[in-house]
Design a protein around this ligand. Sequence first.
Ligand SMILES: Nc1ncnc2c1ncn2[C@@H]1O[C@H](COP(=O)(O)OP(=O)(O)OP(=O)(O)O)[C@@H](O)[C@H]1O
Ligand SMILES: [Mg+2]
Length: 638
Amino acid sequence: MSDDATRNAGASGKDGDSASTQPAAAGAEAAAIKKKPKGSAFDEASRELLWRFMQDWVFPRWRELIWALVLMTCLAAVTGGYPMIIKLSFDTLMQSAGSNLLVVLGGILSITMLRSVFLYLQTVTTQRIVTRMATDMQKKAFTHLISADFARLSRETPGRLLSRLTNDINFIQTALQASLNTAVRDVLMVIALVASMIYLDPLMSLFVLGVYPVAALPIALISERLRKVAKQTQSELADMTSMLSENLGGTRLIKTFRLEDYTSQRMHGSFEDVFRLKMKAVRNRAKLDPILEALGGLAVAGVIAFAYWRIANGISTVGDFMGFVTALLMAAQPIRALGNLTGRVQEGLAAAESLYGLIDEEPAIVDRPGARPIAITHGTIRFENVSFGYEQSADRDAVIDFTLDVPGGSTVALVGRSGAGKSTIINLVPRLFDVTGGRILIDGQDIRDVTLASLRGSIALVSQDVTMFDDSIRANIELGRLDASEDEIIAAATAAAAHEFILEQPQGYDTRIGASGLRLSGGQRQRLALARAILKDSPVLLLDEATSALDTQSEQLVQEALTNFTVNRTTLVIAHRLSTIQNADLICVMEDGRLVETGRHADLIARNGAYAGLARGTEFSRSGSADDEEVSESRQDA
Ligand SMILES: Nc1ncnc2c1ncn2[C@@H]1O[C@H](COP(=O)(O)OP(=O)(O)OP(=O)(O)O)[C@@H](O)[C@H]1O
Ligand SMILES: [Mg+2]
């Protein structure tokens, strides 16, 4: 999107009062604006924000900024010479003194040439500064965001975060650009032009300069309104981006449930909302121009009347007058830009606020002071009265008073109905979330006392929803250990029973697998995820339904491979299939967040408790998914 398209957003009609014709949200917004005491366009908070922004992003670039300033000063100086050369040329023409003509022509040519050279250099320099700042902001914001807590990242949709990193930073870039070009370059030009005006006719300058301050008040009022609109627009843009990415990512659902019309309508609604807000800003911004235009007209008319009288009385020359008018006309554009500047800056400030909101959020799950790397000897995991509740469902804990010893090197299976809290337990081990009660110890060390990097480095997790990037198969496996060799990658793929199907792909290990691995089957994706975990070769392995999508045969292959791999590796495995669980050293049954039964398969069946119930009931299938269907079919028949 071009800067203009982004900016030329906007809204209300004649002024804020026309808000009654706008939907409710905009009406409330306009009301809020009216209630607010009207004062300067920059309140205390904006000034603080601006100051912080300057310190963080602008001041560190002082060297380049000084260079830009030098270029701008040259540009302004040359610009200030323009009215002089005009005066000279008119005086020359009126006196028809040919001797000066060459000087005049040479002057005009050199001034225009110099101006274009400086203008070019200055444009490139400021653009480079501003674009670099925006890029640095993106880097900083992304790095911060990606290190944020898992809970924080899952709180906001990827689309909204995407928008904050792109749209919002665009607004900031536009504002920065306008600030450098207008607040500095245009101000310098106006100063130079005013200087030449004063030189040409001090009295007339006084009159002209008296006109412009009148514009200050309406500009302040309008720019305050613009800030509100900008905030709304940015939030709505974020929603739109979020919805777009969700819908475009869910095309299978949309096609099969024939939701094209439904999603189109929802999207159109969002597009319209953004349109409405953009027009609101456009209208507000457009109000500034007529004000400045009218003032310009007033100034020019005044100057002409005044000059007529003065030339008639022989006080000044036609050259003086022409030079003066040239200066006035040349100053009109930068002055107008100055009038528009506050609006742009307000939009940028709104975006900067959002950016800082993101950067200022400190992750809660961090290394404690003095945290040491984890020392793993046996890989024993001990859950001690662990409780945990998700932020969003504070009234009901997902895990309640869970106590379990997982002996080092053993394989422990977690079973239970859907929603029993199995995945939650597994996510607590690498501290994706921190326990709210009790503690988790690995080889006697509270996982909150060791460094996050070492903790996560010693755990390989295959989660229920497999994550794949749109990259080659090799690259996706390599994520397990970025410095792995080709042989290690192939060995891991073989252990996960993936090597064969990978070779069948068009480009083997180099085959790109599409967004989220869309070009692979569910079972193939799972095997790649397993290969990735195997490649990591960590002492603790967490498998959350890692083989649920595999057919009986592939599952058997994977099970055999895993049996070798899990020797002497502490493994926590969640599965719904008897075949996966049967051979576990210990089976733990969970119900509603609590541990209700532990034991080996045969003992638990003999006990005829919760596990036996699960084994008998529909929760477990004997083996593959094919059997699943058979079981349910035969049940229906019966
Ligand atoms: N991110 C979350 N925010 C809020 N509640 C959650 C979140 N994830 C899970 N829950 C809730 O926590 C409970 C336990 O969920 P969990 O994912 O641990 O179940 P599970 O035993 O793994 O189930 P399944 O076998 O279906 O995977 C459920 O009631 C679920 O609704
Ligand atoms: Mg689960």
